[in-house]
Design a binder for this molecule. Structure first.
Ligand SMILES: Nc1ncnc2c1ncn2[C@@H]1O[C@H](COP(=O)(O)OP(=O)(O)O)[C@@H](O)[C@H]1O
Ligand SMILES: [Mg+2]
Length: 158
C-alpha cells in the first residue's frame, strides 16, 4: 500500500490539540490508527483534541493503559485502546479486539506493534516525538492522500 506522509511541528499543547482536531475532522468515521510515542509525548492530549472536534468532552478522555480500552461517542465514535498489557495477538483476539476494526468507529491503538498481525492494511499511524520540553514532531502516515491533504490545509488555515 502507498502511504502519504504529513509532518507537523508542534510548539505547544494548543498546537497538538489543534492537530488532533484537524485529524479527527479529516478521518472517515471508520478508521484504525496506530498511536506511537513515549510516555509524556502527548498521545492522550492529541486524543483530547480529537474528542473536542467530535463534541466529546475532552476532560473525560484519560489514558486507557489500565482499562485497555475506552469508547467515546460523539459526531464520530472514538475507541482509544492501549494493548501494552496484552501479551500478543492471541490475547487481543480473546478480548474481541478485532471487532473494534469492524465497528463504525475511529480506533486509536497505543502499542499497536504488539498486535501487528491483527492490524488492518489501511492503517493510519501517528508518531509523536519529544524534541524539547514543549516541542513535538508529529508524523502522520495515511493510506489515502485525502486525509493528509485535509489535515495539512486545515492546519495551514488556522
Ligand atoms: N507540544 C506539546 N504537545 C503535547 N504535549 C505537550 C507539549 N508540550 C508540553 N506537553 C506536555 O506533555 C504532556 C503530554 O502528556 P500525555 O498526553 O499524557 O502523554 P502520553 O499520553 O503520550 O503519555 C502533558 O503534560 C503536556 O502538557
Ligand atoms: Mg497517554
Amino acid at each position: 500500500m502507498q502511504y502519504s506522509t504529513y509532518i507537523f511541528d508542534s510548539f505547544s499543547v494548543s498546537d497538538t490539540l489543534r492537530f488532533g482536531r484537524a485529524f479527527a475532522d479529516a478521518l472517515p468515521e471508520q478508521a484504525a490508527v496506530a498511536l506511537h510515542g513515549t510516555l509524556g509525548a502527548g498521545k492522550t492530549l492529541l486524543v483530547q483534541g480529537m474528542a473536542s472536534e467530535l463534541d466529546i468532552d475532552p476532560q473525560i478522555v484519560t489514558s486507557p493503559t489500565f482499562v485497555i480500552c475506552n469508547e467515546y461517542i460523539g459526531r464520530k465514535t472514538l475507541i482509544h485502546a492501549d494493548v501494552y498489557r496484552l501479551n500478543d495477538s492471541d490475547d487481543f483476539l480473546a478480548i474481541g479486539g478485532d471487532e473494534w476494526f469492524q465497528s463504525h468507529a475511529i480506533t486509536l491503538i497505543e502499542w499497536a506493534e504488539k498486535i501487528d498481525d491483527c492490524l488492518p492494511l489501511n492503517l493510519y499511524s501517528v508518531s509523536i516525538s519529544q524534541c524539547s520540553e514543549s516541542a513535538r514532531q508529529i508524523v502522520l502516515k495515511s493510506p489515502c492522500e485525502e486525509v493528509t491533504d485535509a489535515v495539512s490545509s486545515t492546519l495551514k488555515a488556522s
